[in-house]
Design a protein around this ligand. Structure first.
Ligand code: PEP
Length: 226
């Protein structure tokens, strides 16, 4: 059984949301399937048969923070998971490791399952060990509970470029050595129905974090049925 998470960046028509929910609900999967839509859509998933997650949360439980999303409310809205530190948050919104750690703490306090994203830019491709060690540093001496991590090389997200087999294997070995074998670790970056099975066959890979392919219903159906 693998963990298949959709970072479901749907910004279009609500009718597509309903169609997606209906079609995915009709499919049986032996995997843990989690769909993380943008917060505005979470209520629309009230009848979804699989798990629901958020794409981000605020670093404080609740309070007067106009425009931010309280982890406590996300939980009450039916989210079981929350993605934290996605590279788009790190790069576009300039989220730093300490803020990401703060969000992890609050999410954990609210009994949300955090999916913490790590990964290096193309510029830092040769320095990936250093980048990943820094991103993980604050987590290493903490009780990680049921936290999930996702290794997403940023140069692979949305580009169609997948790291070579040996690159994936050594990254997973390195990260699992740091975190411990027990902590689930997902791969993310240009996964589709054609490459999903072979990526999942590598040692140490507990699941996938999927962007674009989760917006194609036929693709996502194939992936969750692996
Ligand atoms: C993502 O958005 O986290 C992602 C992995 O995207 P894609 O699958 O499109 O590369």
């Amino acid at each position: 059984m693998k963990i298949i998470v959709a970072n479901w960046k749907m910004n279009g028509d609500l009718r597509f949301v309903d169609k997606f929910i209906e079609e995915i609900n009709s499919i049986k999967s032996k995997n843990i399937v989690v769909v993380c839509p943008q917060t505005a859509l979470i209520g629309r998933f009230y009848n979804f048969h699989y798990h629901l997650g958020a794409q981000n949360c605020f670093c404080v439980e609740n309070g007067a923070f106009t425009g931010e999303n309280s982890p406590k409310l996300l939980k009450q809205m039916g989210c079981k998971y929350v993605i934290i530190g996605h590279s788009e948050r790190r790069m576009i919104f300039n989220e730093q490791d300490d803020l990401i750690f703060q969000k992890w703490k609050v999410a954990t306090d609210q009994k949300l399952i955090p999916i913490v994203c790590i990964g290096e830019t193309l510029e830092n491709r040769n320095n990936w060990k250093k980048v990943i060690s820094k991103q993980l540093n604050l987590f290493l001496d903490k009780p990680l509970g049921n936290t999930i991590f996702a290794y997403e090389p940023i140069w692979s997200i949305g580009t169609g470029i997948i790291p070579a087999d040996n690159e994936i294997i050594s990254a997973f070995e390195f990260i699992k050595d740091l975190l411990g074998q027990r902590i689930p670790l997902l791969y993310g970056g240009s996964v589709d129905s054609k490459n999903a099975r072979s990526i999942l066959s590598f040692n140490n890979i507990d699941g996938l974090l999927i962007g674009r392919a989760s917006l194609k219903i036929s693709e996502f159906k194939k992936i969750i049925q692996i």
